[in-house]
Design a protein around this ligand. Structure first.
Ligand SMILES: [Fe+2]
Length: 200
């Protein structure tokens, strides 16, 4: 097909009508990387993108679990946990963006559609209804541990392959945030009375 050049003679009449219902073709496949001059091998970038996309999918599910449990929370510590889980959800959402943009930085394609995320996540699906409070908290802690185990391994492997940026993101952001949030959750599962009854 000849390339249409925009010259005065052939330039079409100005038109501000938006192009609606445009059905494009896929211009980069999921699982591929483009050649970016980052001083990293293609293998290193491919490997990091694959590991990051798994962690990204699981982090998107963790974010959704936080929102679900923020909404469904109940009991005497409702208000405290309702607020805490929302704070953690916000922090996980920031991580989702950072991980996705790391995949893009490496020339890959970040997983985005929730239906695609549901296909590849390894975090178990919760019941659609509400669970008891300790079960909700345990579910979040287990999801954190799944992400932490994957992140420790991926960070070490990324560093071996020379991808210091991915190592730094996983260690400084994903692991540190996950560890801290786990601590805040886990202390709610200690069965200790709020008030001691004095010995009589
Ligand atoms: Fe809310």
């Amino acid at each position: 097909m000849p390339i249409r050049r925009s010259t005065k003679a052939t330039r079409p009449k100005a038109d501000s009508q938006p192009w609606l219902h445009v059905n494009g073709i896929e211009i980069q496949e999921f699982g591929s990387v483009r050649m970016f001059p980052l001083g990293l091998t293609r293998d290193a970038r491919m490997y990091s993108c694959q590991r990051l996309n798994q962690i990204l999918a699981d982090t998107q599910i963790l974010y959704s679990l936080y929102k679900k449990h923020h909404w469904l929370m109940r009991g005497p510590t409702f208000y405290q946990l309702h607020l805490l889980l929302d704070k953690h959800a916000d922090e996980q959402l920031e991580l989702v963006d950072k991980i996705a943009e790391r995949v893009q930085t490496l020339g890959g394609v970040a997983i985005g559609d929730p239906r695609h995320v549901a296909e590849i996540t390894v975090i178990p699906r919760p019941p659609n209804g509400a669970e008891e409070v300790p079960a909700m908290l345990s579910r979040l802690i287990e999801a954190h541990e799944t992400i932490l185990i994957a992140s420790h391994d991926a960070a070490a492997r990324a560093q071996e392959m020379g991808d210091d940026g991915t190592n730094d993101l996983l260690v400084s952001d994903v692991i540190r945030t996950g560890e801290l949030q786990t601590w805040f959750l886990i202390e709610h599962l200690v069965d200790t009375p709020l008030i001691e009854r004095p010995e009589s």
